[in-house]
Write a protein that binds this ligand. Structure first.
Ligand SMILES: Nc1ncnc2c1ncn2[C@@H]1O[C@H](COP(=O)(O)OP(=O)(O)OP(=O)(O)O)[C@@H](O)[C@H]1O
Length: 361
């Protein structure tokens, strides 16, 4: 990996007797890196170390050619060019959106230019909100303003800690596309902490999975998410992310046909324009398996594939079966009893049926 475009860290932080964060990794300074793990695994602590908020962290940390932490130097928080977005937007209630942004700008070491600010306001869709007071904004709008405030300081890196956790699912769906646009249109690398597999699968280019202060897996979202064990249920359930192109609206049926590497998927109406790219998340518990093609079933989406992995655990009723369909690893969660009854084994050909309802954009 080219050093100038890499975030490198090799750090240790002993928090208390039973928790030590010990992370060594190199991440490309591009796109979105999802940081996942169950509660208490160290996600927030990792972001705090990178931001410079943990003065007891030891080791090395550099962003491109700039060293933020070495054996004998700790660059203080205000000199690290990072933007931080938390769960709560925390805007000043007595200032307008514009005044909130100006306030942040006045205190910034590095400031964006007026044209950069205008572009950012447009990317985040907040141009029309600038004269409003925070109490006149929805939760999603507040979060978009908080993101703009963080980026006005021209950070090298944007740290987001559960930025959507306080929003309901409709607002989440509303804000996610703006976050995705940031890495494309502003080219700002993002570290994105989330509890939600769905969110991370949808927006991340890579995932770092933490367990008890250590990295237990790092790589492509699907590879990581498919390997999660029982902890996946705390994270909203396992699943598979697939990107696809919107082919047509079946408006009479309130459905949309999306072409994906699995084949054509019929999903609830996405209201997305024809030709646009969407990401779908297929929950593992919505994928059933059969040995023959089912022609008399109500399910619309059925695909032929080959079993590439079966994980069972005698203490659990459920098994995780991975099916390779045109190179996509589709994860299915079915009972161990079904694996036994169908005598499923690696390499076997099966039909995977996806209920159309649970697909999300
Ligand atoms: N200020 C603190 N002092 C001592 N220990 C702390 C402090 N903050 C967090 N911890 C501990 O450090 C560990 C990691 O916490 P951290 O908040 O990084 O986890 P997390 O993965 O972000 O969790 P969550 O998903 O619940 O936010 C936990 O054991 C936690 O109890």
């Amino acid at each position: 990996m080219e050093k100038a475009k890499t975030l490198s860290l090799d750090i240790t932080l002993k928090r208390k007797e039973d928790f030590k964060l010990q992370i060594a990794m190199q991440l490309p300074l591009s796109g979105i890196t999802g940081i996942m793990g169950v509660s208490g695994s160290g996600k927030t602590t990792l972001l705090r170390v990178i931001a410079g908020l943990e003065v007891d962290a030891v080791g090395s940390l550099s962003i491109g050619d700039v060293k933020w932490l070495t054996d004998n130097h700790h660059v203080p928080v205000h000199e690290r060019a990072v933007g931080y977005v938390f769960q709560e937007a925390s805007l000043f209630p007595h200032l307008t959106v514009q005044q909130n942004l100006d306030y942040a700008l006045k205190r910034a070491v590095s400031k964006s230019t007026e044209s950069e600010q205008a572009h950012l306001a447009q990317v985040l869709g907040i141009e029309h909100l600038l004269s409003r007071m925070p109490h006149e904004l929805s939760g999603g709008e507040k979060q978009r303003v908080a993101i703009a405030r963080a980026i006005f300081r021209r950070p090298r890196l944007l740290l987001m800690d559960e930025p959507l956790a306080a929003l309901d699912s409709q607002r989440k769906q509303e804000v996610l596309p703006y976050i995705e646009k940031l890495t494309r249109e502003i080219q700002i690398p993002i570290l994105y902490v989330s509890h939600s597999i769905e969110e991370v699968a949808r927006i991340s280019d890579r995932v770092v999975y933490l367990e008890n202060g250590n990295i237990s897996a790092i790589g492509e979202p699907n590879n990581i998410l498919a390997r999660l064990g029982p902890e996946a249920s705390e994270l909203g359930g396992m699943g598979t992310a697939v990107a696809g192109e919107v082919m047509e609206e079946l408006s009479a049926w309130q459905l949309t046909r999306v072409n994906t590497p699995l084949g054509d998927l019929i999903v609830p109406n996405l209201s997305a324009s024809k030709g646009s790219t969407v990401k779908l998340f297929i929950k593992a518990n919505q994928v059933s398996l059969s040995l023959t093609a089912m022609s008399d079933s109500s399910a619309l989406n059925s695909f032929k594939g080959r079993i590439s992995n079966i994980v069972t655990n005698e203490s659990s009723a459920l098994a995780t079966v991975t099916i390779d369909i045109n190179g996509i690893e589709l994860v299915s969660s079915i009972t161990r009893l079904s694996v036994h009854n169908l005598a499923l084994t690696n390499g076997m050909t099966v039909w995977a049926t996806i209920k159309s309802a649970p697909l999300v954009r």
